[in-house]
Write a protein that binds this ligand. Structure first.
Ligand SMILES: Nc1nc2c(ncn2[C@@H]2O[C@H](COP(=O)(O)OP(=O)(O)OP(=O)(O)O)[C@@H](O)[C@H]2O)c(=O)[nH]1
Ligand SMILES: [Mg+2]
Length: 214
């Protein structure tokens, strides 16, 4: 549940997925591409040879017409298997999740294990997985060894989650993935927090303001 206090509403969003799938790269590209009213620096806590050991954090936000400050805190978890405790801590109290899968055929098992871990960790930290906004991004589309899009679509077509195909290295579909999450997030929480009636934000205004589009 987003935190509302002192005239601000804060959403915690988590990029989750297998080691080296491109979660940190997603945040770096978002930082370059977005221009919301408020955009902080990326904080990378403890990295070792480019691998996240704790988490990364990108804060951004904007003010709604009502004056309410809407903030987003984008986190990445460490994907390496050994850091499951940290993953749980970062996942705790998440309001939305981008699952970043690695399109490399050789990563299929790691993707599946990481997704299974996500479902289990949600339950361990008391998150209702079924009702948590989620989008699935298949990253590294540029790899020659990438599993074909049609095959991935066939496998995921029965699931309710938006599916995106990205190349975080070049930034392709990185903003679109975040936008897809923002839309699910709005639909999930707009009623509860009266975003339209009290704060003057419809879905498009919410998304445009978060991304910083004119
Ligand atoms: N070819 C290709 N490489 C990518 C892409 N996105 C990220 N990478 C590379 O994959 C490696 C891992 O990327 P990270 O963003 O650090 O991955 P991560 O998911 O944060 O990894 P952990 O922190 O260990 O969980 C880096 O060398 C990136 O440059 C992509 O779209 N295509
Ligand atoms: Mg990382």
């Amino acid at each position: 549940m987003p935190d509302q206090s002192d005239g601000r509403l804060t959403f915690k969003l988590v990029y989750y997925g297998p080691a080296q799938g491109g979660k940190t790269t997603n945040l770096l590209r978002l930082h370059d591409a977005l221009s919301p009213e408020m955009l902080g620096e990326i904080q990378m806590l403890e990295t070792q040879n480019d691998r996240t050991l704790f988490f990364d954090l990108l804060p951004l936000g904007f003010r709604a017409p009502s004056g309410l400050l809407i903030k987003f805190r984008l986190f990445t978890v460490p994907g390496q298997v050994a850091h499951d405790g940290t993953r749980k801590a970062v996942l705790s109290r998440a309001d939305g999740i981008v699952f970043v899968a690695d399109s490399d055929r050789r990563q299929e098992t790691n993707n599946a294990e990481s997704f299974q871990g996500l479902v289990e960790n949600c339950s361990r930290v008391g998150l209702d997985f079924e009702n948590t906004p989620l989008v699935v991004q298949f990253n590294k589309r540029d790899l020659p060894s990438a599993v074909p899009e049609a095959e991935i679509c066939a496998r995921w077509s029965a699931t309710p989650w938006p599916l995106l195909f990205a190349s975080a290295l070049t930034g392709e579909q990185v903003v679109e993935s975040f936008e897809a999450l923002l839309r699910v997030l709005y639909r999930r929480f707009a009623g509860e927090f009266s975003l339209m009636a009290t704060h003057g934000l419809d879905e498009d205004a919410f998304v445009r303001s978060a991304l910083g589009c004119p």
